[in-house]
Design a protein around this ligand. Structure first.
Ligand code: PNS
Length: 164
């Protein structure tokens, strides 16, 4: 029997760390839905459409990974998919407090939904979307942190921003 799992996030932009989590989750769950959302109180670099396109391209060759976007509460979206498992990646102690809060809030809102944490692979432990953006902004090499199409998009974005 296959169980659907939802891997939510802002993915602004998707990194190799995110990809590793989704692909590992997809060896246990099927399908894994990578669910991208807006964060009204967070200044995003890329639009929802741009983030969706980058994530979609990243998982082009992964049959049991689906990409969607959602708005509103995560628990409502999870229920609308008939799912009860949420996947999150955990990099280090620094992530713990935020992730713990998020998982407990979701649990309070919907006790039947379980959040499962995947420990990030060693080689991606230090990668975050914001760190990658900061390196790209200063023309650094981000090729080992994000897939090629995302590196291209980031460099183009920051080149465009500089021209404005
Ligand atoms: O990649 P992020 O920014 O850490 O993802 C956070 C995300 C999008 C998973 C979380 O903020 C979320 O679920 N937002 C949807 C709104 C919601 O359900 N809020 C209540 C739980 S905090």
């Amino acid at each position: 029997m296959s169980t659907i799992a939802i891997y939510p996030g802002t993915f602004d932009p998707i990194t190799l760390g995110h990809m590793s989590i989704a692909q590992r989750a997809a060896t246990i769950f099927s399908p894994v839905v990578v669910a991208i959302t807006e964060m009204p109180d967070k200044e995003e670099t890329f639009s929802l459409k741009e983030r969706y396109d980058m994530v979609f391209e990243a998982f082009r060759d992964n049959d049991n990974i689906i990409v969607e976007s959602f708005s509103g509460l995560l628990v409502d979206y999870v229920k609308s998919k008939g799912a009860s498992v949420v996947i999150r990646g955990m990099r280090a102690i620094a992530d713990f407090e935020y992730e713990f809060q998020l998982a407990l809030a979701n649990r309070k809102l919907s006790p039947s939904i379980e959040t499962l944490f995947f420990m990030t692979d060693n080689e991606y432990l230090f990668i975050s979307s914001s760190m990658v953006k900061s390196i790209a902004k200063h023309h650094g090499d981000i090729s080992s942190f994000v897939p090629h199409h995302v590196a291209y998009k980031l460099h183009t974005h920051f080149a465009d921003t500089r021209e404005k």
